[in-house]
Design a protein around this ligand. Structure first.
Ligand code: SAH
Length: 349
């Protein structure tokens, strides 16, 4: 059992670790050495850090908890090579995350909350409701747990797992800061994408804090009438407000944003919907990512067939909107977009 009164290693910034070390009479440079073990060599304990004096390893163990998060379950998709991991954090929230294999390398899809409070009608994460936010350290552990398991460097992170990253803003930004720090995992911030349901205040805040990290907006509809039905938060933050914040973000950061548009048959996938979307996006530098809906047991939406997806794409292209269709990996193990959830009702014993 963890002693919860101890600080957990993965919650600590480099400066905080340095000051703990200085308090122990150590030189502050040790902090970088320890970070290198944790974030570059994926050590599982202070004991493994063999170039630290034994006494220091013991003292650290008394002041700071350093645990290794082990997956409760790992599933691998035979076709895509996608791997899905199930994690159990203290207080037993179960959270899933995924590593996808692309031609350009490995990409991690991280969860930020156990369950999701946003409640989008089409998403598996809503089914069991919201349990709690993950801490900064837990988000980092999810990632490092997958790094240990993969034989190859994970070069990208997308915050597109369970949860709404902007409803757990500080933890997500804290995790990005550590994983992108040169003394930490050293991932370029440009290789990190945060996907949000669209919370205007947080989008503006992200414009200031992102420092190169990318933004994706889950728009999914071009009118409030449709979006209100599938994204409950739209009633609080209607499209006009969300797009206003997105335009400001694009202007302030000079970054192109990704607009995710999930296609639900008969709901938002007509040529007319595509035309409306083109109009809405005409004055913003963005790339639309079309995501044909991935089936979720218990939810009664339908995935449009290929010809409908292509027609939607053509209308956007004709109106000079940049667009790609997402190749959702991992459907064979329910690891594709929108299929992650807390899994206690499924197949772990
Ligand atoms: N809360 C964040 C992250 C969600 S997951 C957000 O809303 O952006 C990443 C993307 O998958 C979102 O665009 C989400 O709306 C979409 N998604 C959810 N369920 C889906 C499903 N069943 N099929 C396809 N995409 C889905």
């Amino acid at each position: 059992m963890d002693d919860l009164s101890l600080t957990h290693f993965f919650e600590l910034s480099l400066e905080e670790l340095s000051s703990i070390l200085v308090g122990m009479g150590e030189k502050p440079y040790r902090a970088k050495q320890i970070w290198s073990w944790a974030y570059k060599k994926f050590a599982s304990s202070f004991d493994e850090m063999t170039d630290l004096p034994l006494k220091l390893r013991q003292d650290l163990g008394k002041a700071v908890t350093f645990t290794r998060l082990e997956p409760l379950l790992v599933q691998e998709g035979a076709e895509s090579g996608t791997k899905k991991y199930l994690w159990g954090f203290s207080g037993t929230p179960l959270v899933e995350s995924v590593v996808m294999k692309y031609s350009y390398g490995l990409s991690a899809c991280l969860s930020t909350q156990a369950g999701c409070p946003a409640g989008c009608a089409f998403c598996a994460s809503r089914i069991l409701g919201f349990q709690r936010n993950l801490s900064k350290g837990e988000i980092i552990e999810e990632f490092l747990g997958m790094c240990r398991d993969q034989g190859e460097r994970i070069g990208r992170i997308v915050f597109m797992g369970t949860g709404e990253p902007f409803l757990n803003y500080d933890a997500v930004m804290g995790a990005i800061d550590i994983l992108s720090s040169p003394e930490g995992y050293g991932l370029s911030r440009r290789k990190v994408t945060v996907s949000t349901v669209g919370i205007p205040g947080a989008i503006r805040r992200f414009a200031k804090d992102s420092r190169g990290a990318r933004l994706a907006l889950s728009l999914h509809a071009a009118s409030d009438e449709v979006r209100d039905k599938i994204v409950p938060l739209n009633k609080r933050h209607p499209i006009r407000e969300v797009m206003g914040a997105l335009r400001e973000y694009a202007k302030d950061t000079g970054q192109r944003v990704t607009v995710e548009y999930m296609l639900l048959k008969g709901i938002n996938d007509s040529a007319k919907d595509a035309l409306k979307l083109s109009g809405l996006l005409s004055d913003i530098d963005c790339l639309v990512n079309l995501i044909p809906w991935n089936p979720v047991p218990g939810l009664s939406f339908e995935r449009p067939d290929r010809s409908r997806v292509e027609r939607f794409q053509e209308v956007l292209l004709r109106n000079r909107v940049k667009v790609t269709v997402r190749r959702s990996l991992g459907g064979e193990i329910e690891a594709a977009c929108g299929q992650l959830r807390r899994q206690e009702t499924r197949d772990i014993n």
